[in-house]
Design a binder for this molecule. Structure first.
Ligand code: HEC
Ligand code: HEC
Ligand code: HEC
Length: 436
């Protein structure tokens, strides 16, 4: 009798402990799913119309096209990866085979992810992602550039040491959390930091000085502009709340997301918690301006007054009235949360005007997000306006209402038109489903 009671007791203990293990495991998988969102793994590891994380997305590099890989737990993907193999790829940029990965995989940023977050990510990719059988594609890079050993030299020179993120002493814990997310999983610098000729980001952290997040050269037809404290072309005029709104919904009371940033909002940022978005925003707002003479935007009424009186003699003004003013208004203020403001908008005052020419030629759709499901579309003007008219209207909006962007030439418009670019806006990557 006694024996039986003890046996039952032991069995229920065993059951209890197996339960708590699996609950902990589910939590780890859930945490990993959240972190995979923060790292936007799906954006690169999913082909257009393909299964989530099955790879095959073509990515342009200066030496040719490479394809992202299958990171589902199928044997054609990460099926036989140990935690160490996974960690080596994600934080160190070294594939299981021992060869170095192209830095199109943002491992220089992921190097700062903590060991415990790596374990959660691993749990998610092994247990939370649907396995998909799909062989990886070879790159289209011709020999001898396709040899991977020069990449190892690149990695030796430019990839940072892998080390858990260490906040500076006395740092505000919210700002430190923001730094961890932006400099690490968020890999914001992969687009927003300028690169050297040898393609490494010129800075990987706020502690490296003013270059970090100071804006990129055009990338796939868009400029990932400065996120530093400048009013003119950075985030100096944005409040913390506006930034949180923008990252969560793709819009704020003054701006609308477009280009390559749409995917970042749609696949990654909108899933982050209010606390994490606040941390990101507060951290970005802590980055000082690059230009020591930077001043807040001063609205100038002159253009609005002239247009109001029907005076459209200024170059580009008539193109603006006929094609743009219905939505963005003659005073450049747009309609709150529907059509973005052009007056005082830092997007209009970046050094290069690639993004602006691109959006005028190809139009754009403000993507739907969970918190803001309505979409608004700006039509494409490529067929309606000549190169000269596009140059005139872009120069007009860059120089009106107190904006201080430099004018652009018809030649710049022609170059972009000939490049046959496409706008990216929250496309149909499909929902990421979790396996139970
Ligand atoms: C900006 C694009 C991009 C993002 C974001 C990205 N990856 Fe990658 N990843 C790539 C590319 C491209 C490769 C293949 C590189 C190569 O073949 O040299 C790759 C390779 C890998 C590999 C190596 C696979 C192998 O064959 O050994 C793993 C593992 C991986 N990624 C995991 C992740 C995880 C996890 C995330 C999110 C935390 C992520 N990636 C986010 C582009 C990306
Ligand atoms: C794939 C490249 C890419 C990545 C990665 C990326 N961005 Fe962007 N981002 C862009 C582009 C292009 C723009 C310009 C379009 C726009 O303003 O909506 C932009 C614009 C922005 C803007 C709006 C600035 C303005 O003045 O209108 C903010 C804020 C921003 N990004 C924050 C971030 C943060 C935070 C991260 C990291 C979590 C990040 N971005 C990662 C490409 C990227
Ligand atoms: C039917 C309304 C409509 C018209 C007409 C229109 N736009 Fe837009 N515009 C929009 C919408 C909506 C967006 C946001 C697009 C997105 O998020 O991809 C936008 C975005 C922009 C932006 C990017 C600003 C930002 O921060 O998002 C610029 C610059 C711009 N428009 C300039 C113009 C110019 C110049 C014209 C005339 C040649 C024009 N627009 C005509 C609706 C319009």
């Amino acid at each position: 009798m006694k024996v039986r009671v003890i046996a039952t007791f032991a069995a229920s203990l065993a059951w209890l402990s197996s339960c708590s293990v699996s609950a902990a495991e589910t939590d780890l998988v859930k945490q990993g799913e959240y972190l995979a969102r923060a790292g936007d793994c799906v954006a690169c590891h999913t082909a257009k119309g393909g299964k989530p994380f099955a790879g095959g997305l073509p990515m342009e590099t200066p030496i040719g096209v490479i394809y992202s890989t299958n990171i589902t737990p199928d044997k054609t993907g990460l099926g036989d990866y140990s935690f160490e193999d996974f960690d080596k790829a994600v934080r160190h940029g070294v594939a299981k085979s021992g060869s170095t990965l192209y830095p199109a995989m943002p491992y220089p940023s992921y190097a700062r992810v903590s060991q415990s977050d790596m374990q959660a990510l691993y749990a998610y990719f092994m247990k939370g992602v649907e396995p998909v059988a799909q062989e990886n594609k070879d790159s289209d890079i011709p020999w001898p550039l396709s040899m991977r050993w020069p990449l190892a030299a690149w990695r030796w020179m430019f990839a940072p040491e892998v080390a858990d993120y260490q906040a500076p002493a006395n740092a505000d814990p919210v700002i430190s959390r923001g730094a961890y997310l932006v400099e690490g999983l968020g890999h914001c610098g992969a687009c927003h930091t300028p690169r050297a000729l040898t393609m490494q980001e010129k800075a990987l952290s706020a502690t490296d000085g003013n270059t970090f997040l100071s804006g990129s050269a055009p990338l796939e037809g868009w400029i990932a502009k400065s996120l530093r404290g400048d009013h003119k072309d950075g985030l100096g005029g944005w409040s913390e709340e506006q930034l949180v709104q923008f990252l969560k919904t793709g819009r704020s009371d003054r701006s609308a997301v477009f280009g390559g940033m749409s995917d970042v909002v749609v696949h990654s940022m909108q899933y982050l918690s209010e606390n994490d978005l606040t941390a990101i925003a507060r951290y970005l707002k802590s980055l000082p301006a690059v230009d020591p003479k930077d001043q807040p935007h001063q609205y100038d009424r002159q253009v609005a007054d002239a247009l109001w009186k029907g005076d459209d003699r200024q170059r580009g003004a008539s193109v603006y009235i006929d094609n743009c003013a219905a939505c963005h208004r003659t005073d450049g203020h747009g309609y709150t949360r529907v059509f973005p403001a052009l007056a005082g908008n830092p997007v209009l005052q970046t050094a290069g005007a690639t993004s602006l020419i691109n959006i005028v030629l190809n139009g754009g759709t403000l993507p739907a997000t969970h918190a803001a499901p309505s979409t608004f579309t700006m039509p494409a003007f490529a067929w309606r306006l000549s190169d000269q008219e596009v140059a005139d209207v872009v120069s007009f909006i860059r120089g009106s209402w107190g904006n201080q962007g430099a004018p652009v030439t018809a030649g710049e418009v022609k170059d972009l038109r000939d490049n046959d670019m496409h706008t990216t806006s929250g496309d149909d990557l499909g929902q990421v489903t979790q396996k139970h």
